[in-house]
Write a new protein. Structure first.
Lengths: 214, 214
């Protein structure tokens, strides 16, 4: 059965692959799982049909093999478990899953905090004074991540679902524009983006964005 | 083999069970897994011995059966998978894991955002003007969660690891003090806190806090 990913009809990211379906598309391409999309307009996100799949009215969701999942981390873990995107040994698997949670619970929130300050609160009078505080918190996490990645290509043995989630977090512009200060992290993101499955997934979402644009 | 959880020597929460080891202690008590703690002073968190287990210098970690895990979500998932704290059917399991990620990636960050505003930025001149913006974001998520929980005791079938993570997020004072507006959520947290395993885990961490206090 073809897996179905819910995505935006027209992502507000300008086709840059920054919406959260990108990690799921990437994982499905790595796994070689045939999939299609359910394009949702913003108004659809509030509708009962979507809320039954996603209680917070977000994308993505995954319908696959009679199961419904939400949260990109949960979906990528689901795909990773079934398609060899986790280390085969128990110790490596435990590390990879730890890193998946670290990506969404420890890294991404401080990245989104900077994003909110720059975008949602960009014109508020307090933003210039707050940004250095936010950046200090984010830079501490990036420092720690760069230390952990020193001398390694991927977070947990070979490439895994952990790297899909972590690279996806670091690709958010609020983080990526700082990565010049951490060559280890810039190279890590570049390694992720160079993977054939990433390139294919990026093209998939870009084609959809362009089609919606008309 | 006894599982080992890294915890603060003396939690800064005044024994209220708000540090992130509490979710892990609760899960271990639900699972009936014998465990001990590795108490760490703040200075220990920066040391290589701890960084090798936890790249960001946080607590908790879990050492169990030769594996090392970090991130409370990953640890609770690990315990839940092995000890019947996930639904037995594939559809329920997928939902429970989706909810575990939602707790740490969708609910907790907006709760922590309010916490940071009240605590870390409490004396900043912008905080009174920012708080309503933050609370609007948090209240939207709480509304959605209350809708999802309407008529249900737990998030995914019976009690599961998802409830451990979600109740733990909602117990943070920055969320719990708002729950009077959502009787569904207040009752949900109270149901979690009334469980025998929660009570035992709470007593465990409280005894440690009191011993450190001297």
């Amino acid at each position: 059965m073809t897996a179905i990913v819910s995505v935006f009809v027209a992502s507000p990211d300008g086709g840059r692959g920054l919406a959260r379906d990108m990690a799921v598309r990437w994982a499905l391409r790595e796994a070689g799982v045939a999939h299609d999309v359910r394009p949702l307009a913003f108004a659809d996100l509030k509708m009962p049909a979507h809320r039954a799949r996603q209680p917070f009215g977000q994308i993505p969701t995954l319908d696959s093999d009679g199961l419904t999942l939400f949260e990109s981390g949960a979906i990528v873990l689901h795909i990773a478990e079934r398609h060899g995107l986790l280390p085969a040994d128990a110790a490596g698997r435990a590390q990879a899953i730890s890193w998946m949670f670290a990506a969404v619970a420890t890294l991404e929130p401080v990245i989104v905090e900077r994003e909110v300050a720059l975008l949602l609160e960009g014109d508020q009078p307090w933003t210039p004074a707050r940004l250095p505080l936010i950046e200090a918190r984010l830079r501490q996490r990036l420092d720690d991540l760069a230390t952990a990645l020193a001398g390694r290509d991927w977070l947990a043995g070979g490439f895994s679902g952990a790297d899909i989630m972590m690279v996806s977090a670091l690709r958010r512009p609020a983080a990526q524009r700082l990565l010049g200060d951490w060559p280890t992290l810039a190279a890590y993101v570049a390694r992720g983006e160079a993977r054939q499955a990433f390139v294919a997934a990026f093209a998939d979402q870009h084609a959809r964005w362009q089609a919606a644009r008309g």
